[in-house]
Design a protein. Sequence first.
Length: 238
Amino acid sequence: MIRTLALAVAGLSALALTQVASATAPVRERTLAAPIPQARPVPMATSTVSHRYWPVVTSLSQATVAPAHLFDGKVQGAPLRSFDTRRPADPSKPQTRRHVGVDLTAAEGDTVVAMEGGRIVNFYPFLARAASVGGEKTYAILIQHKDYVALYGEVRASSLSAKGLKVGDTVAAGQPIGVVSGTAQLHTETYVSGVTRNIKWAVGSAPPREMRNPTQLLLDTALTGERIYPKNVRLAAS
Ligand SMILES: [Zn+2]
């Protein structure tokens, strides 16, 4: 308990992040995500932790608009960044890869923080960027939270070391865990407790049992969670 608290204080003060209470935001209604795929939906990730943090520390205004297909048929955010869209990356190949996460708006170099407290269970090379844009090897951080495992993907290879962390360490909610890579987005996935690696899901096969759709969790976190802004951001007085 004391160790967790000390880590939280050290992690936050090291970056001197400014926290802005979500209570200042106007009251909005809860947005519901559509079940995807409709015929056999992947269950939504759920959490019994009421106080969560938005995982990206950024000044971008659209940061908390999680790309999503909504229950009422509307689409918010960039459609190709939402859960279970096909990847049109290479038109010469069949689109057999499902996007099993949600891509959150971020800028290269933005800080990534833990949505909830938990333990880092893995850190490994994830997506490699095309050679034409420098060939950066991005990484994924997996954290076992109280009720689920979250994957924080497309972060810099130096993420954990830059934050003084390693696999096995305990992190507090809102503690910096990594840095957004050159993809300029945070790719998030969620799984049932115990998972330590991302699981792929090919078109034409049943969804993996361990997979969870992170969309509702992100919509709820955008609504009621705490957002941390970079310290150099000047917010207009309201
Ligand atoms: Zn993605």
